[in-house]
Write a protein that binds this ligand. Structure first.
Ligand code: ADP
Ligand code: MG
Length: 451
């Protein structure tokens, strides 16, 4: 067929322009299924492939297609399960979920899988901090039990672990038309089931329940560490599933080796699979998530407010969502909202450190983090390895303590206040663009607040 031929030619061209793994992951199963009035309709196997390709490869694909066929003006993407008819697909495109439907779905946890339909991969926004975890997740979905097993995702609180692993479960159900048995469970629930089984001599039921699945998803595994009988049972469940090529997906707040009481034999099993971390979201991702959620709720907020919130709520996407909900609620109740009111909501919602912190603690924390001496920070050395930490210190003294620029200069070896102004403005600008720097600053703040 003519479309097939055109698309094959396009693909071989595209493959040269994007990396091979990307090509295999995202475009291998794509088809050109229609072309009318200059609009090419390209199908992809699932929603997240669609979003990914749309966001990342739109330009490449358009230019390649246009080269082969000048009449191409635009590309539209759609999702198909193998051979859906174009009509069906078009219907899907316009099939948007209304708000009331969403609220209803909250309550609709599937009793068999324990999955909440609210968590799906098409609403999971991908950025630098979760890109790897997301790509691995998609590989797991395509090759259940064979590609990455176990699949272990770790990261801090509120960064999207539960959303991602439940999203995998929901996507698998959808993709394989319910022919794959999926079970999601928190490690607390698992522990309770083990205890109940032991106490009531119902271990067989327990085994049946967890070993009779194709995909087992365990959330927050760090909580089973140290509970001997639970770990024991989990170990056997793990082995039984693993030996039968069943997929195991695990989340944790830290990598396996850092779960203090986890038995060595379990943590080495986990290490043997695919480990992927979810890091702190950068400014761009926070902004994208906010915009998506604002749209989902059918709300509308001025750009400066959205940017303000993305700037202020840095560490926790659950908090970001909480702040947004309150802002929208306020806006609807009062038919409008000022930046001042938003500021108040942000300050009330995000965890504010309560204790008093003095400048020396900041200096010490920075020195500890960069493994240099506090004297290096206040001294005259201009080596790059000292200059960056010094600028970070200046930034934090202003950001956390609100010190005046002359005071900051004074504190750091009697430097001129213009040096402090320069450092502060440089870092404030960079921090939203440079993920590396952002992570460093967050880690140092953690040290400061923990001590
Ligand atoms: P964790 O399990 O890591 O503590 P959650 O998965 O519960 O975090 O995420 C917290 C909130 O942030 C959830 O409401 C989730 O939907 C949202 N969230 C997290 N990551 C994303 C993302 N990448 N895109 C959209 N929403 C996200
Ligand atoms: Mg969670």
């Amino acid at each position: 067929m003519e479309f097939d031929q055109l698309w094959q030619n396009a693909l071989s061209e595209i493959e040269l322009q994007i990396s091979r793994p990307n090509y295999v992951t995202w475009l291998k199963n794509s088809h050109l299924i229609d072309k009318q009035d200059g609009i090419a309709l390209v199908s992809l196997p699932n929603n997240f492939a669609k979003e990914w390709v749309e966001n990342k490869y739109y330009k490449v694909i358009l230019s390649v297609l246009r080269n082969l066929d000048e009449s191409t003006k635009k590309i539209e993407f759609t999702v198909t399960n193998k051979q859906g008819s174009a009509d069906n697909l078009k219907k899907k495109i316009s099939n948007t979920v209304s708000k009331s439907q969403l609220a209803f779905e909250e309550l609709k946890i599937d009793p068999e899988t324990n999955l909440n339909p609210r968590y799906n991969l098409s609403s999971f926004v991908v950025g630098k901090s979760n890109e790897l975890a997301f790509a691995a997740a998609s590989a797991v979905i395509d090759e259940i039990g064979r590609k990455y097993n176990p699949f272990f995702i770790y990261g801090g609180v509120g960064l999207g672990k539960t959303h991602l692993i439940q999203g995998i479960g929901n996507e698998i159900k959808k993709k394989y038309d319910n022919n794959v048995r999926v079970k999601y469970v928190s490690s607390e629930k698992f522990t309770n089931d083990v205890i109940y089984g032991i106490r009531n001599k119902r271990m067989e039921d327990m085994k049946e329940k967890y070993r009779n699945v194709d995909v087992l998803i365990i959330d927050d595994i760090q909580f089973i560490g140290g509970k001997t009988s639970t770990e024991e049972e989990f170990f056997h469940t793990f082995n039984a599933l693993y030996e039968n090529n069943k997929q195991i997906i695990i989340s944790s707040d830290r990598p396996p080796k850092f779960i203090p009481t986890l038995q060595e034999r379990l943590s080495s099993r986990f290490e043997g699979g695919m480990l992927a971390d979810i890091g702190y979201p950068d400014y761009e991702l926070r902004l994208a998530i906010l915009r998506t959620k604002i749209q989902d709720r059918g709300a509308d907020l001025p750009e400066n407010i959205v940017e303000f919130v993305a700037n202020k709520v840095q560490k926790n996407l659950r908090e970001l969502e909480g702040v947004l909900n309150r802002i929208i609620f306020y806006q609807q109740a009062k038919s409008g909202i000022s930046l001042r009111a938003v500021e108040e909501i942000v300050n009330e919602t995000i965890q504010q450190p309560t204790k008093n912190i003095n400048p020396n603690q900041v200096i010490k924390a920075v020195a500890d983090y960069f493994q240099i001496s506090p004297n290096d920070l206040t001294g005259r050395c201009r080596q790059k390895s000292v200059v960056e930490p010094r600028q970070v210190t200046m930034y934090l003294l202003r950001d956390i303590l609100g010190l005046s620029y002359p005071d900051i200069g004074l504190k750091l070896g009697k430097r001129d206040h213009t040096t402090a102004i320069y450092a502060y403005s440089k870092l404030s600008g960079e921090i939203n663009k440079n993920q590396d720097l952002n992570q460093k600053v967050i880690a140092i703040k953690d040290i400061i607040y923990k001590e």
